[in-house]
Design a protein around this ligand. Structure first.
Ligand code: SF4
Length: 334
């Protein structure tokens, strides 16, 4: 195992720190909110994600994500369970949005991803939440499942920056995104943090009703890396700019995780960070599923780690010990 994959303190291992440098925030101007809104809601309805539902969310209709255009959040708090370059010592300023464009059958956060729960907030209120998290010491604003509200989030970030929000914006997404929408968010987002969930279309269809997921995730990731081609850290090792891709290794799906890992290594080499996650926790509703009713075994996870070593990847986070605990699911507002 490479030095970078040796375990260090904390829940995840830390990657090499050789690329640490100090970013300058450029005068990038306002995000192209109008461009995003054109994607989000034109005459043909909502097309914010690859589902392209075409519903009129401004009139209270809902598509696959289950959300109108009313932003709802289930939790906004300091969060210490992301990778060390995101959580640091003071925590990520994590905002969990309700609803989801993917809705995986095994979702750990189903209580907020499948129902329009949570607190309704306006754009100015969301901006104040970001500023409050910064005031509490958050290293960044960590937007969890933001896609269905990306236009409102872009407006809130713009408003908060006018009021001195200076910490990075982290876009923590399933990876099921439209490149056109990501392009419109270029001035909003500093760190892209997508999952790469499935290699096979059949698996994506069976587990997330999204047979186009693998191709969509590849195209989305290409746009993310185009925008943030370098990993930039502050003096404490906190990621300020860049792309961190998460692979949640599912029980019985090791070959797919290995295929994704090979693709990332061949396509992006060490320009991105990769997080290999072993924390899959079977929810009670998965009890009769042939593959997903159990945790990942140590042997399955080690097969993926061995491949990362074989590929000589240096920018990799791994999880140590028993990471599969439902106690890591935070308390949500319903
Ligand atoms: S954001 Fe929601 S309504 Fe819009 S296309 Fe995606 S799933 Fe459909």
């Amino acid at each position: 195992m490479s030095e970078a994959m040796q375990q260090r303190e904390g829940y995840f291992c830390h990657p090499e720190e050789s690329s640490i440098c100090h970013p300058e925030r450029s005068d990038e101007g306002s995000p192209d909110v109008k461009g995003i809104l054109r994607c989000a809601q034109d005459d043909s309805g909502c097309r914010l994600c690859p589902r392209m539902c075409g519903v009129d969310r401004t009139a209270g209709q809902t598509g696959f994500c289950g959300c109108t255009d009313q932003v709802r959040i289930a939790r906004a708090a300091l969060h210490f369970y992301e990778e060390p370059c995101i959580s640091g010592t003071r925590g990520a300023g994590t905002v969990f949005f309700t609803g989801c464009t993917l809705r995986c059958v095994y979702c750990q956060n189903a209580q907020i991803s499948r129902r329009p729960v949570g607190r309704a907030v306006s754009v100015p209120e969301l901006a104040e939440i970001f500023l409050d998290l910064q005031e509490q010491g958050a290293h960044n604003i960590d937007l969890v499942t933001p896609t269905q509200f990306s236009p409102q989030i872009a407006s809130a970030v713009e408003l908060a920056r006018e009021k001195k929000l200076v910490i990075p914006i982290v876009y923590n997404t399933s990876g099921y995104e439209r490149p056109e929408v990501l392009e419109a968010l270029a001035d909003t987002v500093d760190v892209w943090m997508p999952d790469f969930k499935y290699w096979k279309s059949e698996t994506a269809a069976a587990l997330s009703a999204a047979p186009d997921y693998p191709e969509a995730a590849k195209a989305a990731l290409a746009e993310m890396v185009r925008q943030q081609p370098k990993l930039i850290y502050d003096e404490d090792g906190l990621l300020q700019k860049g792309v961190l891709v998460r692979i949640l290794v599912l029980p019985g799906h090791v070959k797919e995780a290995v295929s994704i890992l090979r693709y990332l290594a061949e396509t992006y080499e060490d320009r991105i960070l990769i997080s290999l996650m072993s924390q899959y926790t079977p929810m009670p509703r998965m009890a009769s599923h042939p593959l997903l009713s159990r945790k990942l075994t140590k042997r399955e996870y080690e097969r993926v780690l061995d491949e990362a070593c074989r590929l000589e990847l240096s920018n990799v986070f791994i999880q140590e010990g028993d990471a599969a605990k439902d106690s890591f699911i935070p308390p949500f507002e319903e």
